[in-house]
Design a protein around this ligand. Structure first.
Ligand code: FES
Ligand code: FE2
Length: 405
Protein backbone atom coordinates (compact mmCIF):
# COMPACT_ATOMS: atom_id res chain seq x y z
CA UNK A 1 0.00 0.00 0.00
CA UNK A 2 1.92 3.06 -1.18
CA UNK A 3 -0.60 5.46 -2.74
CA UNK A 4 -1.42 8.18 -0.17
CA UNK A 5 -5.04 9.08 0.49
CA UNK A 6 -6.34 12.43 -0.72
CA UNK A 7 -6.29 13.92 2.80
CA UNK A 8 -4.36 16.84 4.23
CA UNK A 9 -1.20 15.33 5.89
CA UNK A 10 -1.28 17.83 8.76
CA UNK A 11 -4.71 16.50 9.77
CA UNK A 12 -3.46 12.92 9.60
CA UNK A 13 -0.59 13.81 11.87
CA UNK A 14 -3.13 14.93 14.50
CA UNK A 15 -4.80 11.48 14.33
CA UNK A 16 -1.45 9.73 14.72
CA UNK A 17 -0.36 11.45 17.95
CA UNK A 18 -0.13 9.37 21.17
CA UNK A 19 -3.38 8.45 22.93
CA UNK A 20 -4.66 11.46 24.86
CA UNK A 21 -3.20 13.99 22.42
CA UNK A 22 -4.61 12.56 19.21
CA UNK A 23 -7.65 13.74 17.27
CA UNK A 24 -10.31 11.79 15.41
CA UNK A 25 -9.87 11.26 11.68
CA UNK A 26 -10.34 14.33 9.51
CA UNK A 27 -13.94 14.99 8.42
CA UNK A 28 -13.09 14.09 4.81
CA UNK A 29 -12.48 10.49 5.92
CA UNK A 30 -16.22 10.17 6.49
CA UNK A 31 -17.81 12.38 3.85
CA UNK A 32 -15.49 12.63 0.85
CA UNK A 33 -16.27 10.36 -2.10
CA UNK A 34 -12.63 10.81 -3.24
CA UNK A 35 -11.41 9.33 0.05
CA UNK A 36 -14.03 6.59 -0.21
CA UNK A 37 -12.83 5.73 -3.69
CA UNK A 38 -9.25 5.59 -2.40
CA UNK A 39 -10.40 3.27 0.41
CA UNK A 40 -12.15 0.98 -2.05
CA UNK A 41 -8.92 0.64 -4.06
CA UNK A 42 -6.50 0.46 -1.17
CA UNK A 43 -8.32 -0.93 1.87
CA UNK A 44 -10.98 -3.18 0.36
CA UNK A 45 -9.54 -4.30 -2.98
CA UNK A 46 -5.94 -3.60 -1.95
CA UNK A 47 -5.39 -6.41 0.57
CA UNK A 48 -7.15 -9.00 2.70
CA UNK A 49 -10.85 -8.51 3.44
CA UNK A 50 -13.58 -10.79 4.73
CA UNK A 51 -16.06 -11.87 2.04
CA UNK A 52 -18.38 -13.85 4.30
CA UNK A 53 -18.61 -17.17 6.07
CA UNK A 54 -17.40 -20.51 4.79
CA UNK A 55 -20.80 -21.91 5.72
CA UNK A 56 -22.32 -19.70 3.00
CA UNK A 57 -20.65 -22.17 0.57
CA UNK A 58 -21.07 -25.50 2.38
CA UNK A 59 -20.83 -27.94 -0.56
CA UNK A 60 -18.53 -28.52 -3.53
CA UNK A 61 -19.97 -26.68 -6.52
CA UNK A 62 -21.52 -23.91 -4.40
CA UNK A 63 -20.88 -20.57 -6.08
CA UNK A 64 -21.53 -16.95 -5.20
CA UNK A 65 -20.19 -13.46 -5.82
CA UNK A 66 -19.39 -10.78 -3.29
CA UNK A 67 -18.51 -7.12 -3.42
CA UNK A 68 -14.79 -6.36 -3.37
CA UNK A 69 -13.91 -2.68 -3.59
CA UNK A 70 -15.47 -1.16 -6.70
CA UNK A 71 -15.87 -4.60 -8.31
CA UNK A 72 -16.62 -8.09 -7.08
CA UNK A 73 -15.12 -11.50 -6.50
CA UNK A 74 -16.46 -14.88 -7.60
CA UNK A 75 -16.26 -17.62 -4.95
CA UNK A 76 -16.69 -21.35 -5.28
CA UNK A 77 -15.98 -24.46 -3.24
CA UNK A 78 -13.99 -26.89 -5.37
CA UNK A 79 -14.20 -30.69 -5.46
CA UNK A 80 -11.53 -30.98 -2.77
CA UNK A 81 -13.62 -28.79 -0.44
CA UNK A 82 -11.44 -25.70 -0.72
CA UNK A 83 -12.97 -22.24 -1.16
CA UNK A 84 -11.43 -20.49 -4.17
CA UNK A 85 -11.72 -16.91 -5.34
CA UNK A 86 -11.56 -15.58 -8.88
CA UNK A 87 -11.98 -12.16 -10.44
CA UNK A 88 -15.71 -12.03 -11.24
CA UNK A 89 -15.10 -11.39 -14.94
CA UNK A 90 -15.46 -13.92 -17.74
CA UNK A 91 -12.33 -14.36 -19.84
CA UNK A 92 -14.35 -13.88 -23.03
CA UNK A 93 -15.69 -10.33 -22.81
CA UNK A 94 -15.86 -9.74 -19.08
CA UNK A 95 -19.46 -10.52 -18.11
CA UNK A 96 -19.84 -11.22 -14.39
CA UNK A 97 -20.03 -14.95 -13.69
CA UNK A 98 -22.68 -14.26 -11.05
CA UNK A 99 -24.24 -11.05 -9.81
CA UNK A 100 -23.27 -9.99 -6.27
CA UNK A 101 -25.25 -12.00 -3.74
CA UNK A 102 -26.50 -14.59 -6.27
CA UNK A 103 -25.96 -18.23 -5.27
CA UNK A 104 -25.96 -21.43 -7.35
CA UNK A 105 -24.66 -24.97 -7.09
CA UNK A 106 -23.21 -26.39 -10.31
CA UNK A 107 -20.43 -28.74 -11.27
CA UNK A 108 -19.12 -26.11 -13.65
CA UNK A 109 -18.91 -22.33 -13.72
CA UNK A 110 -21.13 -21.04 -16.51
CA UNK A 111 -20.97 -17.50 -17.90
CA UNK A 112 -24.54 -16.30 -18.45
CA UNK A 113 -23.63 -14.23 -21.57
CA UNK A 114 -22.24 -16.56 -24.29
CA UNK A 115 -22.00 -19.71 -22.19
CA UNK A 116 -18.27 -20.10 -21.84
CA UNK A 117 -17.79 -22.61 -19.05
CA UNK A 118 -15.02 -23.26 -16.54
CA UNK A 119 -14.11 -26.02 -14.12
CA UNK A 120 -14.33 -25.31 -10.38
CA UNK A 121 -10.54 -24.80 -10.36
CA UNK A 122 -10.94 -21.96 -12.87
CA UNK A 123 -9.69 -23.79 -15.98
CA UNK A 124 -11.60 -23.01 -19.17
CA UNK A 125 -13.74 -26.04 -20.02
CA UNK A 126 -15.58 -25.02 -23.18
CA UNK A 127 -15.86 -21.94 -25.38
CA UNK A 128 -18.74 -22.67 -27.78
CA UNK A 129 -17.76 -22.27 -31.44
CA UNK A 130 -14.04 -21.83 -30.78
CA UNK A 131 -13.15 -25.05 -32.58
CA UNK A 132 -13.93 -23.85 -36.10
CA UNK A 133 -12.38 -21.81 -38.88
CA UNK A 134 -9.73 -19.29 -37.91
CA UNK A 135 -10.13 -20.21 -34.25
CA UNK A 136 -9.35 -23.88 -34.76
CA UNK A 137 -6.02 -23.36 -32.98
CA UNK A 138 -7.55 -21.50 -30.03
CA UNK A 139 -5.68 -22.51 -26.89
CA UNK A 140 -8.14 -22.59 -24.00
CA UNK A 141 -5.33 -23.15 -21.48
CA UNK A 142 -4.58 -19.46 -21.64
CA UNK A 143 -8.12 -18.43 -20.74
CA UNK A 144 -8.72 -19.72 -17.25
CA UNK A 145 -10.30 -17.46 -14.63
CA UNK A 146 -7.93 -15.12 -12.80
CA UNK A 147 -7.46 -16.58 -9.32
CA UNK A 148 -7.02 -14.47 -6.19
CA UNK A 149 -5.49 -15.57 -2.86
CA UNK A 150 -8.29 -16.92 -0.66
CA UNK A 151 -8.24 -18.54 2.77
CA UNK A 152 -10.83 -19.91 5.11
CA UNK A 153 -9.82 -18.93 8.66
CA UNK A 154 -11.91 -20.36 11.53
CA UNK A 155 -14.94 -20.32 9.25
CA UNK A 156 -14.37 -16.81 7.84
CA UNK A 157 -13.43 -16.43 4.17
CA UNK A 158 -10.78 -13.85 3.40
CA UNK A 159 -9.70 -12.75 -0.08
CA UNK A 160 -6.71 -10.65 -1.07
CA UNK A 161 -8.08 -8.49 -3.88
CA UNK A 162 -4.63 -7.14 -4.73
CA UNK A 163 -3.25 -10.61 -5.35
CA UNK A 164 0.03 -9.49 -3.80
CA UNK A 165 -0.55 -8.72 -0.10
CA UNK A 166 1.64 -10.33 2.59
CA UNK A 167 0.22 -13.61 3.95
CA UNK A 168 -3.12 -13.57 5.81
CA UNK A 169 -1.26 -14.81 8.90
CA UNK A 170 0.47 -11.41 9.08
CA UNK A 171 -2.82 -9.53 8.72
CA UNK A 172 -4.33 -11.59 11.55
CA UNK A 173 -1.19 -11.91 13.68
CA UNK A 174 -2.06 -12.67 17.30
CA UNK A 175 -5.76 -13.17 16.63
CA UNK A 176 -5.76 -16.95 16.54
CA UNK A 177 -5.47 -17.23 20.31
CA UNK A 178 -8.49 -14.91 20.75
CA UNK A 179 -10.83 -16.65 18.27
CA UNK A 180 -9.65 -20.29 18.19
CA UNK A 181 -11.10 -21.25 21.63
CA UNK A 182 -14.62 -20.59 20.28
CA UNK A 183 -14.15 -23.02 17.33
CA UNK A 184 -16.13 -20.67 15.08
CA UNK A 185 -15.48 -23.01 12.14
CA UNK A 186 -17.84 -25.62 13.61
CA UNK A 187 -20.66 -23.30 14.65
CA UNK A 188 -24.02 -23.21 12.88
CA UNK A 189 -25.63 -19.95 11.78
CA UNK A 190 -29.23 -19.92 13.05
CA UNK A 191 -30.09 -16.26 12.53
CA UNK A 192 -29.30 -13.50 10.07
CA UNK A 193 -30.31 -9.88 9.72
CA UNK A 194 -29.20 -7.41 7.11
CA UNK A 195 -29.25 -3.66 7.55
CA UNK A 196 -28.52 -0.74 5.27
CA UNK A 197 -27.23 2.13 7.35
CA UNK A 198 -26.75 5.76 6.29
CA UNK A 199 -23.32 5.94 7.85
CA UNK A 200 -19.70 5.63 6.81
CA UNK A 201 -18.26 2.16 7.51
CA UNK A 202 -15.64 3.59 9.88
CA UNK A 203 -18.23 5.30 12.09
CA UNK A 204 -19.83 1.87 12.55
CA UNK A 205 -16.52 0.26 13.50
CA UNK A 206 -15.57 3.11 15.81
CA UNK A 207 -18.93 2.79 17.53
CA UNK A 208 -18.33 -0.96 17.91
CA UNK A 209 -14.95 -0.42 19.57
CA UNK A 210 -16.24 1.56 22.55
CA UNK A 211 -18.92 1.38 25.23
CA UNK A 212 -18.61 5.02 26.32
CA UNK A 213 -22.00 5.46 24.61
CA UNK A 214 -23.61 2.44 26.31
CA UNK A 215 -25.04 4.11 29.44
CA UNK A 216 -26.74 6.66 27.18
CA UNK A 217 -28.21 4.60 24.35
CA UNK A 218 -28.18 0.92 25.43
CA UNK A 219 -30.35 0.40 28.55
CA UNK A 220 -30.83 -3.32 27.74
CA UNK A 221 -27.10 -3.92 27.30
CA UNK A 222 -26.21 -2.17 30.54
CA UNK A 223 -28.53 -4.50 32.45
CA UNK A 224 -26.42 -7.52 31.51
CA UNK A 225 -22.93 -6.09 31.02
CA UNK A 226 -21.48 -3.14 33.01
CA UNK A 227 -20.54 -0.54 30.40
CA UNK A 228 -17.34 0.42 32.21
CA UNK A 229 -16.20 -3.21 32.43
CA UNK A 230 -14.36 -2.97 29.12
CA UNK A 231 -12.14 -0.08 30.09
CA UNK A 232 -8.51 -0.99 29.70
CA UNK A 233 -9.33 -4.48 28.44
CA UNK A 234 -7.89 -4.08 24.99
CA UNK A 235 -6.04 -6.88 23.21
CA UNK A 236 -2.50 -6.19 22.11
CA UNK A 237 -2.76 -6.82 18.39
CA UNK A 238 0.26 -7.68 16.26
CA UNK A 239 -1.85 -7.62 13.09
CA UNK A 240 -4.49 -5.44 11.46
CA UNK A 241 -7.23 -5.88 14.04
CA UNK A 242 -8.48 -4.24 17.21
CA UNK A 243 -10.32 -5.89 20.07
CA UNK A 244 -11.30 -5.79 23.69
CA UNK A 245 -13.62 -7.59 26.05
CA UNK A 246 -16.36 -6.78 28.54
CA UNK A 247 -17.68 -8.70 31.50
CA UNK A 248 -21.14 -10.08 32.12
CA UNK A 249 -22.94 -9.06 35.30
CA UNK A 250 -22.87 -11.68 38.02
CA UNK A 251 -26.48 -12.70 37.43
CA UNK A 252 -26.23 -12.76 33.63
CA UNK A 253 -25.39 -15.90 31.64
CA UNK A 254 -25.07 -14.13 28.32
CA UNK A 255 -26.12 -11.07 26.33
CA UNK A 256 -29.89 -11.32 26.12
CA UNK A 257 -32.77 -9.14 27.30
CA UNK A 258 -33.20 -11.17 30.51
CA UNK A 259 -29.55 -12.17 30.88
CA UNK A 260 -30.48 -15.84 30.66
CA UNK A 261 -29.74 -18.22 27.82
CA UNK A 262 -31.39 -21.09 25.98
CA UNK A 263 -28.01 -22.31 24.76
CA UNK A 264 -25.19 -24.27 26.34
CA UNK A 265 -21.71 -22.77 26.76
CA UNK A 266 -19.48 -23.43 23.76
CA UNK A 267 -17.40 -26.52 24.44
CA UNK A 268 -13.97 -26.17 25.97
CA UNK A 269 -14.24 -22.53 27.04
CA UNK A 270 -12.27 -21.70 30.16
CA UNK A 271 -13.84 -20.01 33.22
CA UNK A 272 -12.68 -16.57 32.03
CA UNK A 273 -14.27 -16.84 28.59
CA UNK A 274 -17.53 -18.03 30.12
CA UNK A 275 -17.86 -14.65 31.83
CA UNK A 276 -16.89 -12.23 29.05
CA UNK A 277 -17.92 -11.08 25.61
CA UNK A 278 -15.09 -10.27 23.21
CA UNK A 279 -15.43 -7.61 20.53
CA UNK A 280 -12.93 -7.93 17.70
CA UNK A 281 -12.80 -5.75 14.59
CA UNK A 282 -10.66 -7.24 11.82
CA UNK A 283 -9.60 -4.64 9.31
CA UNK A 284 -11.29 -3.57 7.20
CA UNK A 285 -14.78 -5.04 7.45
CA UNK A 286 -15.59 -7.83 9.87
CA UNK A 287 -16.63 -7.55 13.51
CA UNK A 288 -16.52 -10.82 15.47
CA UNK A 289 -18.22 -10.95 18.87
CA UNK A 290 -17.73 -14.26 20.70
CA UNK A 291 -20.05 -14.81 23.67
CA UNK A 292 -19.92 -17.74 26.12
CA UNK A 293 -22.68 -19.52 24.17
CA UNK A 294 -22.82 -17.99 20.67
CA UNK A 295 -20.83 -15.91 18.22
CA UNK A 296 -22.23 -12.86 16.48
CA UNK A 297 -20.57 -11.56 13.32
CA UNK A 298 -21.10 -8.33 11.39
CA UNK A 299 -19.73 -8.17 7.84
CA UNK A 300 -19.68 -4.60 6.52
CA UNK A 301 -19.87 -3.77 2.82
CA UNK A 302 -19.36 -0.07 2.15
CA UNK A 303 -21.70 1.30 -0.51
CA UNK A 304 -20.61 4.93 -0.56
CA UNK A 305 -18.96 7.43 1.80
CA UNK A 306 -22.25 7.72 3.67
CA UNK A 307 -23.84 4.27 3.29
CA UNK A 308 -22.96 0.77 4.47
CA UNK A 309 -24.62 -2.61 4.07
CA UNK A 310 -24.30 -4.87 7.12
CA UNK A 311 -24.93 -8.59 7.37
CA UNK A 312 -25.24 -9.78 10.93
CA UNK A 313 -25.29 -13.47 11.78
CA UNK A 314 -25.58 -15.49 14.98
CA UNK A 315 -23.90 -18.89 15.22
CA UNK A 316 -24.43 -21.59 17.85
CA UNK A 317 -22.93 -24.95 18.66
CA UNK A 318 -24.03 -27.81 16.38
CA UNK A 319 -25.31 -29.57 19.53
CA UNK A 320 -27.67 -26.69 20.35
CA UNK A 321 -28.66 -26.39 16.68
CA UNK A 322 -29.64 -30.06 16.65
CA UNK A 323 -31.71 -29.83 19.83
CA UNK A 324 -35.45 -30.08 18.99
CA UNK A 325 -37.18 -26.80 19.72
CA UNK A 326 -33.95 -24.85 20.31
CA UNK A 327 -34.83 -21.17 20.05
CA UNK A 328 -31.96 -18.76 19.30
CA UNK A 329 -34.14 -15.63 19.47
CA UNK A 330 -32.86 -14.69 22.95
CA UNK A 331 -29.57 -13.68 21.28
CA UNK A 332 -30.93 -12.39 17.98
CA UNK A 333 -33.65 -10.19 19.51
CA UNK A 334 -31.27 -8.67 22.05
CA UNK A 335 -28.71 -7.69 19.43
CA UNK A 336 -31.28 -6.57 16.89
CA UNK A 337 -32.51 -4.03 19.45
CA UNK A 338 -28.95 -3.02 20.30
CA UNK A 339 -27.82 -2.90 16.66
CA UNK A 340 -30.66 -0.55 15.79
CA UNK A 341 -29.77 1.74 18.71
CA UNK A 342 -26.22 1.83 17.35
CA UNK A 343 -27.26 2.46 13.74
CA UNK A 344 -29.39 5.44 14.80
CA UNK A 345 -26.41 6.95 16.63
CA UNK A 346 -24.05 6.26 13.71
CA UNK A 347 -26.45 7.81 11.21
CA UNK A 348 -26.63 10.91 13.39
CA UNK A 349 -22.83 11.10 13.55
CA UNK A 350 -22.76 10.91 9.75
CA UNK A 351 -25.24 13.78 9.50
CA UNK A 352 -23.29 15.78 12.10
CA UNK A 353 -20.08 15.35 10.15
CA UNK A 354 -21.93 16.65 7.11
CA UNK A 355 -21.44 20.12 8.58
CA UNK A 356 -18.40 21.87 7.14
CA UNK A 357 -17.85 23.20 10.65
CA UNK A 358 -17.39 19.74 12.18
CA UNK A 359 -13.90 19.52 13.72
CA UNK A 360 -12.19 16.23 14.75
CA UNK A 361 -12.56 15.69 18.52
CA UNK A 362 -10.49 14.10 21.30
CA UNK A 363 -11.05 10.53 22.48
CA UNK A 364 -11.87 9.69 26.09
CA UNK A 365 -10.01 7.17 28.26
CA UNK A 366 -12.84 4.71 27.51
CA UNK A 367 -12.19 4.93 23.77
CA UNK A 368 -8.77 3.30 23.52
CA UNK A 369 -10.18 0.74 21.05
CA UNK A 370 -11.34 3.59 18.81
CA UNK A 371 -7.87 5.09 19.08
CA UNK A 372 -6.33 1.81 17.90
CA UNK A 373 -8.67 1.69 14.93
CA UNK A 374 -8.27 5.38 14.03
CA UNK A 375 -4.49 5.15 14.06
CA UNK A 376 -4.65 2.04 11.87
CA UNK A 377 -6.79 3.87 9.30
CA UNK A 378 -4.59 6.98 9.47
CA UNK A 379 -1.49 4.82 8.98
CA UNK A 380 -3.12 3.33 5.90
CA UNK A 381 -3.98 6.79 4.56
CA UNK A 382 -0.34 7.79 5.04
CA UNK A 383 0.92 4.70 3.20
CA UNK A 384 2.30 3.05 6.35
CA UNK A 385 1.77 -0.65 7.23
CA UNK A 386 -1.63 -1.34 8.82
CA UNK A 387 -1.14 -1.86 12.54
CA UNK A 388 -3.03 -0.40 15.48
CA UNK A 389 -1.32 2.37 17.41
CA UNK A 390 0.69 5.46 16.63
CA UNK A 391 3.77 5.04 14.44
CA UNK A 392 7.16 6.00 15.89
CA UNK A 393 9.19 8.98 14.71
CA UNK A 394 11.19 6.90 12.30
CA UNK A 395 8.08 5.50 10.63
CA UNK A 396 6.55 8.96 10.40
CA UNK A 397 9.73 10.32 8.85
CA UNK A 398 9.54 7.73 6.06
CA UNK A 399 6.25 9.32 5.00
CA UNK A 400 7.31 12.92 5.50
CA UNK A 401 4.95 13.40 8.45
CA UNK A 402 7.38 14.00 11.37
CA UNK A 403 8.06 17.62 10.52
CA UNK A 404 4.39 18.35 10.98
CA UNK A 405 4.39 17.26 14.62
S1 FES B 1 -18.59 -12.75 -21.70
FE1 FES B 1 -18.69 -14.70 -20.83
S2 FES B 1 -19.17 -15.98 -22.48
FE2 FES B 1 -18.99 -14.02 -23.36
FE1 FE2 C 1 -23.38 0.32 20.88
Amino acid sequence: MTERAPIDPSQLEASLRPFGESRMLPRDAYVSEAVFSWEQRNFFAGGWMCVGLGSDLPDPGDQTARSLGHSSVFLTRDKQGRVRAFANACRHRGHELLACGEKVNREIVLCPYHAWSYRLNGDLRRAPGYDRGELANFNGDEFGLVELPCEEWHGYVFVDGSGSAPPLSEHLAGLDEVIAPYETERLVVLGRHSYEVASNWKILTENYEECYHCPVIHPQLCKVSPPESGEGYVHTAAGAWVGGWMELREDAETMSISGSTNATPLRGLDAFRRRIVDYVGVFPNVLISPHPDYVMTHVLTPLSAGRTFIECSWAFSPEDAARPGFDPSFAIDFWDVTNKQDWLACESVQRGLGSEHAVPGVLSAAEDGVYQFVTMVARGYAGLPLLPGAPDEEELATRGLARLA
